[in-house]
Design a protein around this ligand. Structure first.
Ligand SMILES: [Zn+2]
Length: 351
């Protein structure tokens, strides 16, 4: 039987053979295949329609059924821009075989709210997290340099923190054990510099730093990563490579060196769980494992339902055999905060 990952590749290759509207429909379906919650083969076995899946209309359904009836003889090799992506159906199968793994997850360390380009309020994101029995989540809206994503400036960040504190007070009054962490996804320049005043970051629990520019350069970017990790305000490096499924290959670097530096500074690198990011991917995670680098899981959710895609990151970490004690989100809140504070203290003592 063809797996969803295999079908995704067939769809992507079909998109390359078609033109205009059809090409876009196949391309969209290929991308969506990573979010389909069940294997196509299971749906067919249960006599269900495929149109219940995201981006599958009657036309695409017919094409998929043709492939399933007569498996296409050869698929050209999967190009690097589409390699090493896990489908949600596959992730759930992996996790079902290791039920203890998902239970270790205490929270999600990257998501966006209405303060920048997310669709949910902070309370809505918190409720979605409570429904998943999380102990904490970090609200990481974009910073001011990323105008296209509605990045917030220092004043807005301050107002947002006040809202978070209010939410936390209400939660604790109602007797629930749940914390919203004040955080930000700070935009980094290719030199590893942030775009927010250092004072504005002082009261945050965690600072994520991510690159959103010069992501198509082809030469080695090791220096950019080392600079970002050495930026005293950063705790976690978000979606490190900047790759996007079938759109952008991501940056190149001497990854063993980058991961070793992160480990030396005791900072974390992220698995951005967004289906078309999956950044870091399994291959790089295996390298990070050999350097004992801390790993952070972030869904990068822009809608509250997207908290479920954390399964993609959990599966990648499992497949790369990352030890549980290296995963930041498996850490109790007290320890997590102490870790963040220790990084801060180290930098202050250096100044
Ligand atoms: Zn980002």
């Amino acid at each position: 039987m063809l797996s969803n990952t295999y079908i995704a590749e067939l769809l992507a290759q079909q998109a390359e053979r078609e033109t205009s509207i059809l090409s876009r429909a196949f391309r969209r379906a290929a991308r969506s295949a990573f979010l389909w919650p069940e294997e196509i083969s299971d749906l067919i076995a249960q006599n269900r329609t495929l149109t219940e899946l995201r981006s599958v209309g009657p036309f695409i359904e017919k094409q998929i059924r043709t492939w399933i009836e007569k498996r296409p003889r050869r698929v050209k090799t999967v190009p690097a821009i589409r390699q090493d992506f896990i489908s949600l159906a596959e992730a759930r199968r992996l996790l079902a075989n290791r039920p203890g793994w998902r239970k270790k997850l205490r929270g999600d360390l990257q998501m966006h709210s209405r303060w920048s380009d997310g669709s949910g309020t902070i309370a809505e994101m918190a409720n979605a997290a409570k429904e998943r029995s999380y102990e904490y989540i970090a609200i990481t809206d974009h910073s001011k340099g990323l105008k296209i994503a509605g990045g917030i400036d220092e004043r807005a960040l301050k107002r947002q923190q006040a809202e978070i504190i209010k939410e936390n007070v209400a939660t604790s009054k109602s007797g629930q054990d749940f914390t919203l962490l004040r955080s930000i996804e700070m935009n980094l320049s290719p030199r590893g510099e942030g775009d927010m005043s250092p004072e504005s970051l002082l009261h945050l629990d965690l600072v994520l730093g991510s690159f959103h520019s010069s992501l198509r350069v082809l030469d080695d970017q090791t220096e950019r990563y080392l600079a970002a990790l050495r930026n005293p305000h950063i705790h976690i490096l978000g979606h490190p490579r900047g790759r996007i499924y079938n759109f952008r290959i991501g940056l190149k670097a001497d990854w063993p060196r980058v991961f070793a530096e992160a480990a030396r500074l005791d900072k974390a690198v992220e698995i951005d769980c967004y289906p078309d990011r999956q950044d870091l991917n399994v291959e790089l995670l295996k390298l990070a494992r050999t350097r004992q680098t801390r790993i952070s899981l972030g869904t990068d959710a822009h809608h509250s339902w997207q908290l479920e895609i954390t399964d993609l990151g959990l599966a990648a970490a499992l497949r790369a055999r990352i030890p549980a004690d290296r995963i930041l989100n498996f850490t109790p809140i007290g320890e997590l905060k102490a870790w963040a504070q220790a990084i801060r203290d180290r930098n202050i003592s250096k100044e």
